[in-house]
Ligand binder design. Structure first.
Ligand SMILES: [Zn+2]
Length: 143
């Protein structure tokens, strides 16, 4: 699997992750499935992290998820990715991430060290929920 995003979306979620530091940020990417191996992003939607221990883990408000999904539906799109940051940690998914993820979505994790973007990576959960596999992020330059 691969996910294609624009430079703008990349800039938006990286800026969001920096703004939230030292807390975790989270957000959605809405888009569509181009074919069985590629999803294409349309836009980034920041959302609020509702857990109080925000630098440890994140939990998306179900109402925000619902409204993002409804908006995507109306536009003939779908939520294709959930983005969150790991303040002062690497971009690998945690055990908490694995137990709260669903197959079929791209999980983009941004590593933020001392307030600066270190790296980021996109992951897909296996159907049997056993582990994540890294996937390619294709950056599309807007013309
Ligand atoms: Zn995480």
């Amino acid at each position: 699997m691969s996910i294609e995003i624009s430079r703008l979306i990349e800039a938006q979620f990286l800026a969001h992750a920096k703004t939230c530091y030292p807390h975790e940020c989270c957000g959605f990417i809405t888009g569509s499935q181009a074919d069985s191996a590629l999803s294409k992003a349309s836009y980034y939607l920041p959302c609020h992290n509702i857990l109080t221990e925000k630098n440890r883990r994140f939990l998306i408000d179900p109402l925000q998820y619902q409204s993002a999904e409804d908006r995507a539906d109306e536009e003939g799109l779908a939520i294709i990715s959930i983005v969150h940051s790991h303040p002062d940690h690497g971009h690998d998914p945690s055990e908490f991430d694995r137990s709260h993820a669903w197959p079929g979505l791209s999980y983009i994790i941004i590593s933020i060290l001392k307030g600066q973007v270190n790296s980021y990576r996109s992951w897909q959960l296996r159907e049997d929920h056993s582990q994540f596999d890294a996937e390619d992020i294709l950056i599309k330059d807007e013309s």
